[in-house]
Structure formats: C-alpha cells, structure tokens
Design a protein around this ligand. Structure first.
Ligand SMILES: [Zn+2]
Length: 392
C-alpha cells in the first residue's frame, strides 16, 4: 500500500513507552509503520538486539527500495547481492554502488546483518518462487534454508552506523519533494487568489488534493476558539463526503457531523496564518455570491464558473504554473512530502508529531498502542510554526 507511493528514506524510530521502556521500529518517511519490519522487530522486544537489528534492517530496506524490489519478488540472490554490496564475499555482479564512501561491514557486522536479514526474511510470507529458491540453496544451520553469511577482510568501521546512516539520509533528496523555493515561485506565477490559496494550503496544511477540493466552507474554523470546541487555534475539519458534486473525496473516513451549522469530528488539521490570509483574499475577491453548494474551491471561468472545482482542475493549474515557473511538473502530493519532511526535521524526527501534523490516516499505526500527540503540545506547536516560517 504505502510502499508503492513513498520512495526513499525509511528511518528507524524510537518509541518511548509510558512504563519507561523503549522500542525500536522502522517507519516510512511520512510516519506510518513499515508493517513487515515492525512485525519482525517486535519479536525482539525488550532486548538490545531490537535496536541493533532496526539499524541493520533499515539499510537493507532502503536498498530494496532503491532496487525497486518488493517483498513479494525478493529472491535469495537479491539478499546475497545485498550482503555482497555491504562487504561480504559474494561472486556475482552487485549492481549500482551502495553506501558510497562508507567502509564495508567487518566480519562481526556482516554476521549480525546476515542474522537480521535471515530472521526478517523468514518472518515475511515468502512467495512460492522465493521459497523454492531458498530451499534449493539450503546449507547447514538454517532450518529455513536462508544462509547469507559472508566473510570480509576489511576491518570494521569504528564510526557508529547510526550516525553514518543518518548522514546518508540527509544527503539524499526525496525524489518527490518540491524543488527549493517552489512555493514562492508558484505564488509569483499564478494569477488567481484561488490558485494562491491552493499553493498556500497544500504547502502549510499537508492536505491531499482530494481533501482540499472536497472542503466545504462549514469545515473551516479559522477563528480562535471556534464553536466546535475541538481546537483552540484556527483549523479545519476534513470530512468524508462521498457525494460531492466535483467528486473530490477525502481518503480518510473519520466520523463527523454537522449540528446546528457546526462541524465536529473528521480529521482536524491546523491552519497557518498564511492559509487564513489567502482564504480571505480569495473569499472577498473571487468567491461567487449566492452559491448553494457551499464548497470552498470553485471554477472561475467558462460556462461552469461558480461550480465546484474538481481535483483534476487543480492538478492542471499546478502543472501549468510549475512549467511557467521553470519548476517542471509540480504534483500536489509533492507538497505533502515536503510538508511532512519539514515537520519531521522541525520535530527532531518525532514521527508521531509528523503524522498528526499532516493528519495521516495510517492504518498501520495502531492508535491505541502509539496514541496521538496533543495538538497543543508545545513541541508540536513549535514544529508547525517552524514549518510555517513564523518568526522568520
Ligand atoms: Zn472545529
């Protein structure tokens, strides 16, 4: 699911539990759990091995992503190739370099990595071809037939693998990120207040395009202390409505209701001052009077002027503006990746904060185990304000 959408920097996440224990797992850039990795790492709950394995595993998973290998298709020879590329003696072509500039693993690191990958690969459901390939390569000592232990004459690096991997993650750029300065360039390029709203709301809100185009005016609580009582600061409620005339539909289906004109529930997202500003600019200059549909984004021109604006229209507008601004093809989802990444940086890698800042509907994140951030938590608040560029 998420793995088809999100490419790149998987990371190790520490989880501090209420009883003081710590756990380690692996998450996708936007904060949702890597299900298979989490399942495997849970087997090592409460031991020092869990953290060690998490760091070995995340490198392997990043490599799988780079090689475009999925769990269903990974073969024993892929694992051998990986072990070869991190330092084991494997006689086969290894492909593109990996961990460039890093020393190969030493003997001890190789055997730890091999044990980790063996355990991990055996816990995931193997495809028939992988399973038979594994059996045919059986060697003594592994009941599953996976043996990917190598030898290396190179001495072990004394630098902490965690530090190295972090540095590597920071150096690589997410392929789906917006280019630097994209927001400013787009704001200068687009002509309509509506289109400036789209840029600001995607950039600061971390909204999906379907969520943005699906918003109704009643979903917006842009003043302090709104009647819903669910959030003190300006915010909006993403409400799943299957019957929107523009076919825009929120992906998340959190329960919501409209009572005496006030929306409660849905997915609550905080709104930045820039979002409030562009909203009022649009509403006071371009929003048609007397519309009945009550939706936020409308078509501005043509026979359907005043009618709800479909997500495809917003996509095209961004695509055209991106080209005019010399940014190449700008896709709405790139704003979301950029937003999440910025929150992660600002919140010092706290994925709970990043997830809640974007309102992720991550089914993989088990809510009752991991909980939610209080949306007025000072760290959460500071992270959002940093991302919004306040105090700059
Ligand atoms: Zn509200």
């Amino acid at each position: 699911m998420a793995r088809h959408v999100v490419v790149g920097d998987l990371r190790v996440q520490r989880i501090d539990r209420k009883d003081g224990r710590r756990s380690w797992t692996i998450v996708w850039p936007e904060g949702s759990l890597h299900t298979e990795a989490d399942r495997f790492l849970r087997e090592h709950e409460g031991s020092g091995t869990q953290k060690t394995y998490a760091y070995y595993l995340v490198d392997h998973l990043r490599w799988l992503e780079r090689e475009c290998l999925t769990f269903g298709t990974v073969q024993l020879r892929d694992l051998e190739r990986y072990m070869g590329i991190v330092g084991a003696e494997i006689r086969m072509p290894l492909g593109e370099p990996w961990r460039v500039g890093k020393r190969p693993y030493g003997r001890s690191a190789l055997s730890t990595a091999a044990a980790c990958l063996k355990g991990f690969t055996c816990t995931k459901p193997l495809s028939a071809s992988t399973a038979s390939s594994a059996r045919s390569s059986t060697s003594p000592g592994c009941r599953h037939g996976w043996t990917v232990v190598g030898r290396s004459s190179v001495t072990r690096s004394r630098r902490c693998p965690r530090t190295r991997w972090r540095a590597e993650g920071a150096a690589r750029r997410h392929p789906k990120m917006l280019p630097d300065g994209a927001r400013e360039k787009l704001l200068q390029t687009v002509n309509a207040a509506r289109d400036r709203l789209v840029v600001d709301w995607l950039a600061d809100g971390g909204l999906r395009i379907g969520e943005l185009c699906g918003l109704h005016l009643v979903d917006l609580h842009l003043r302090e202390n709104s009647a819903c009582g669910e959030c003190r600061t300006p915010h909006l409620h993403v409400c799943h409505r299957p019957g929107n005339p523009n076919r825009a539909e929120a992906k998340t289906k959190h329960p919501w209701q409209l009572e005496r004109g006030t929306v409660t529930g849905g997915l609550i997202k905080r709104v930045s001052p820039a979002m409030v500003h562009s909203y009022f600019e649009y509403i006071t200059t371009e929003y048609p009077r007397g519309t009945r549909h009550g939706m936020l984004l409308v078509q501005l021109h043509g026979a359907d002027a005043g009618q709800p604006w479909a997500p495809v229209g917003a996509r095209r507008m961004l695509g055209r503006a991106g080209k005019r601004a010399g940014l190449g093809l700008v896709k709405p989802h790139a704003f979301r990746h950029t937003f999440t990444s910025a929150v992660l940086d600002a919140a010092d890698g706290n994925t709970l904060i990043a997830r809640d800042a974007g309102g992720w509907a991550s089914a993989a994140m088990v809510d009752d185990v991991y909980g939610h951030v209080d949306i007025h938590d000072p760290v959460f608040d500071a992270a959002l304000r940093t991302v919004w560029g306040e105090g700059r």
